[in-house]
Structures are given as C-alpha cells and as structure tokens.
Design a protein around this ligand. Structure first.
Ligand code: NAD
Ligand code: UDP
Ligand code: UDP
Length: 484
C-alpha cells in the first residue's frame, strides 16, 4: 500500500505532480486547523485560569469579611470566661482553616551583609514602644529577638514579623533567667501605665529589679551592651522645672507610684553597679511621656483616655483640677533617640522627651477640639503623688546624641487619633461622625513621617550600629520585601 498523508495517496501514480500539490495543500490546511484548535484551547485554558484566580480572590475576600464580622461580634460580647474565649478562638480558627492557603509576605527590610547584622534582644518588644523599636531594627536588617510575657503587650503588635527568618519571639517572663547569644539588649519589659503597674505592685518591683538583674547577667555573660529604659518618674514629684539629668528627684517610697518609680531607680543603680564592677556596657534612657499608635484602648494613660473618650462621645475625665502639666513625645522620636543612645559611647543617663508642655486641662481642650467639640469634661478626684509638673531638659541629648524631637503634637495626634478611630471602629464602637478628619494633615497620610523606614533614614550608619567598613551601597541602600 502506498504511504498517505491524511488520506491522499502518493507514490507511483501518473497523476503524481497534481497529487503532490493536492497533498501539500491538505497538509497546509491541516496545519492551519491544528494551529486554530491549539489557539482556541490556549484561550480556553487561560480564561479558565484567570477565572480560577478571580474565584480565589473572591474566596479570600469572603473569608476576610467573615473573620472581620466575627471579630466585630466577639468584640461586643464579654470575653471574661475562659469558655467564651475558647469558643471565639475555635470559631475563628475554623473559618481560617476552611479558607485558601495564603503565602505570608513581610514588610520591606534593608539588605545588610550577614557579618554586619547584630543580634538584638528587645525585652517588652510586644508592647507599645517596644513594637515600634522592633519595626525600626528589623527594617535596618538586624536579627531581632523579642522577649515578652504579654502582660500589657500584644501578639498583634509584632505579628507582621512572625515567621520572618530574622525574627524570633519568646513568650517568657523576664524575672526568670533567660539564655540567648546576643550583641545588644534593649531592656523595656515593664508595664508603663499607672493603672497597669499599680495592678500588682510586687510584680512590678520584681520585673524592674529581678528582670533587670537577669538581663544584666545575660549581658555580662555574652558581653552584650544593654540599654535600660528608665523614666521621668525617677524625678518623682519634682520641685525643679525643667528636669535635667543632674536632679536627684523627689520620690515617696510608700506611695502608689513607688513600685514603679523606685523599681526604675534601682534598675538604674543595677546598671551602674554592673558597669563599674563587672565592666558591662550600659546605657540609661530616661523616657518622658510618650504616645502614638499601638497604645491599648484600655491603656489608662492620659492621651489614650482623652482620645477614646472623645471619640465615643463620653465625658473626658480629668483627675484633680487639671493644672498639673505633662510634655508629650511622639513614639517615632523616642525610637530614634533610643537607637542613637544605644550606639553612642555615652553611659550616663539621658532624658529623651519633648519639652512641649501642657496643663492636663489645656490638653483635654486640645483633644476635644480635634476629635469631638461636643465632648464634655468631667473632674474626678486627683490621684496620690501625681507629679504637679513635668518637662524634660534635653540639652544633654541634643549635645551628645545630636537628637531632638521632630514630630509636632498636631501631627502626632493626627496619627494617634486615626489609629484609635480604627480600633474603635473595628469593635463597632464609634458613635461620632467617621468622616470627620483633621484637614491640615490629610496630605501626609500616604507616607507618615513616623514609619520604620523614615526612622532609619534619619540615622547615620554608626548611629544604627553599623561600622563604616563596607560601601554604603551594600548597607541600607536596597530594600527587599522578604517572603521566605
Ligand atoms: P507597655 O506596657 O506597652 O510595654 C511593656 C511591655 O513589657 C509589654 O509588652 C509587657 O507585656 C512587657 N512586660 C511587662 N512585664 C514583663 C515581664 N515580667 N516579663 C516580660 N515582659 C514583660 O509600655 P510602653 O509604654 O511600651 O513602655 C516600654 C518601656 O518604656 C517600659 O520599660 C516603660 O517603663 C518605659 N517608659 C515608657 C514611657 C511611655 O510614656 N510610654 C515613659 C517612661 C518610660
Ligand atoms: N542570667 C540569665 N541569663 C544569662 C546569665 C545570667 O538570666 O545568660 C541571670 C542569672 O540567673 C542571675 C542573674 O542573671 O540570676 C545575674 O547574673 P550574675 O552573673 O550577675 O549573677 P550570679 O549568676 O553570679 O548570681
Ligand atoms: N490624667 C487625667 N485623666 C486621665 C488620665 C490621666 O487627668 O484619664 C492625668 C494624670 O492624673 C496625670 C496626667 O494626666 O496628671 C498624666 O497621666 P498618665 O497616666 O498619662 O501618665 P503619668 O505621667 O502620670 O505617668
């Protein structure tokens, strides 16, 4: 039998030439048909994959909406029984497990050569200040370890780093010994808000004293540098204004604030004793009142109370006559100051605060005007040993660290109010007009000045703890969105 292509005979026939032409034509037609079929198949499959993608996105959106809805419902009920909490957690878990698997991506970090990365431990790193410090140091490209017992800190503050290869979280109480190999320790672990540190005064003392001793023991063993976050409370109810580092303070050893004030004073003494006797490198930051996003709704300090009360249309509570003064610093300024101090060669105490001073009454008026002019003021009894005045003298920080606060109160409050608004909204607890904005700052919304990247851009390599031995190109010039 003669060979054939698609049914047309070829071979010894007298009509060989016309048959070849015929064969060639049918082959061509067949090829065209095949191409068309393949094209149609390809079209069909890509439509299928894009509709698959759409379906996937839709599934994720539905899942997010359901979880959000659950959060709102659960936010409204009382989670005071272990059984309720258990139920909430299992419901949310079930929702997540039934959804699609989503690969986690992380915020941008600078690429730093491995040999230059420091291993940095932050105790209290899941708290308000600590979590912003975590963001800044992660963005720099260091290895960051967080030790926190989650007393006032929250998983949520650091969850965007969970699983990152340069990050690790240890749920641990600092009053228990802790072993890790590190180069630097930022020691923040300690409740900072008066209602929180007065909740269990003996625990606060143990945290300040035993916790600090453990961290100094760790620093001594591994030859790490330790920065201790002390406080303006070491000046007590001061009889000088402003307070400079040379002022020795006026603290009542028996009052409700003593557990915190005296705990921090002893913490400082421990730092200087370990420095003098054991050669441990220590740094002491005396922090003045600080505010910003990630403060808890139930924090109890003046900024968070006044904002959340005004947002909910509740009366703003003033303790006493409101003539006592405070000076307020935005959290990004504090973080920059802490990093600079850690990497400086100066070991005496340094005040880190903003000298912008307000009476509590004037501050209440300011918040009310910004948030909700309908809100009323309510005077409650004053609290015992409440310092009557507080304003930092920051000449030392200016001279030694070349540091001073940059964020104005209006800008800082803008970001803080925005944060509390969204916290309350997610709980379905925001009766005042959601659209009410503070127009003078809306233009800065896109990239606020306080992001971890902008904190890092404000520092030199040596202030970041990076020795200038490699070219600037290698350090801190490339950003990478890391997803291991
Ligand atoms: P915060 O309460 O938000 O953070 C403290 C963190 O320490 C929390 O995450 C908490 O869970 C953790 N912690 C408490 N006890 C612990 C323990 N025994 N073991 C392990 N972890 C523990 O407070 P903050 O405002 O972020 O303050 C951070 C540090 O700065 C504190 O040391 C505080 O004294 C100091 N400080 C803060 C201010 C301020 O205005 N925020 C002012 C002066 C000093
Ligand atoms: N410590 C710690 N981690 C370490 C080293 C020490 O938690 O890596 C604790 C240790 O348990 C001790 C405290 O730090 O309670 C003080 O240490 P130091 O060496 O000064 O005291 P010592 O162990 O000699 O009593
Ligand atoms: N304060 C107030 N109403 C509040 C919370 C605080 O009047 O709802 C006052 C408090 O009495 C103190 C000042 O605001 O005089 C600052 O209090 P905060 O607890 O924020 O910090 P402190 O500097 O006292 O540690």
């Amino acid at each position: 039998m003669s060979p054939s292509i698609f049914g047309a005979r070829i071979g010894s026939s007298p009509l060989m030439i016309s048959s070849s032409i015929f064969t060639f034509r049918s082959a061509l037609i067949s090829i065209i048909i095949i191409i068309i079929v393949l094209y149609l198949l390809f079209q069909a499959s890509s439509t299928a994959s894009s509709s698959k993608e759409d379906a996937f996105k839709l599934q994720i959106a539905r899942l997010e909406a359901t979880v959000k809805d659950l959060e709102v419902r659960h936010g409204k009920i009382h989670l005071d029984m272990a059984q309720n909490v258990q139920q909430v957690v299992s419901e949310q878990y079930a929702q997540v497990l039934s959804g699609p698997l989503v690969q986690k991506s992380y915020p941008m970090v600078f690429l730093m050569p491995a040999m230059m990365r420091k291993r940095i431990l932050i105790t209290g790193g899941a708290g308000f200040v600590g979590s912003h410090l975590v963001d800044a140091l992660m963005t720099q490209g260091h290895y960051v370890y967080v030790l926190d017992n989650l007393f006032t800190g929250r998983h949520r503050n650091i969850e965007h780093w969970m699983g990152h290869p340069q990050f690790q979280f240890f749920q641990h109480d600092v009053i228990q010994p802790f072993y890790l190999e590190v180069d630097q320790i930022y020691h923040l672990a300690c409740p900072a808000s008066p209602p929180h540190y007065q909740f269990n005064p003996i625990k606060t003392i143990k945290t300040s004293v035993l916790g600090t001793m453990n961290m100094l023991g760790l620093a001594k063993r591994v030859k790490a540098r330790l920065l201790f976050t002390s406080t303006s409370e070491v000046y007590g109810d001061p009889d000088v204004q402003p307070q400079s580092e040379d002022y020795n303070g006026n603290v009542n050893t028996m009052g409700p604030r003593a557990c915190y004030d005296e705990g921090k004073r002893l913490g400082e003494t421990l730092c200087y004793s370990y420095a003098n006797e054991e050669g441990v490198e220590t740094r002491v930051a005396r922090i003045f009142n600080t505010y910003g996003p990630r403060m808890r709704l139930d924090d109890g300090r003046v900024v968070s109370n006044f904002i959340t009360q005004s947002l909910q249309g509740l009366p703003v509570t003033i303790y006493g006559d409101g003539k006592q003064t405070r000076s307020f610093q935005y959290v990004s300024d504090l973080v920059t100051g802490l990093i600079k101090l850690m990497n400086s060669e100066y070991n005496k105490p340094v005040n880190i605060g903003n000298p912008d001073e307000y009476s509590v009454l004037n501050f209440a008026t300011k918040i009310i005007n910004l948030v909700n002019p309908q809100a009323k003021v309510k005077h409650l009894d004053g609290t015992q040993d409440d310092p009557k005045q507080r304003r930092p003298d920051i000449s030392r920080a200016k001279e030694i660290l070349r540091w001073e606060p940059k964020v104005t109160i209006d800008e800082g409050l803008y970001h803080t109010i925005k944060y509390f608004r969204s916290e309350l909204k997610s709980l379905g607890n925001l009766p005042i007009d959601e659209q009410r904005e503070m127009p003078q700052f809306t233009s800065k919304d896109v990239e606020p000045l306080w992001t971890a990247k902008s904190i890092n851009d404000a520092l030199t390599d040596s202030e970041r703890g990076v020795k200038n031995t490699v070219s600037a190109e290698l350090v801190g010039k490339r950003l990478e969105r890391s997803s291991p």
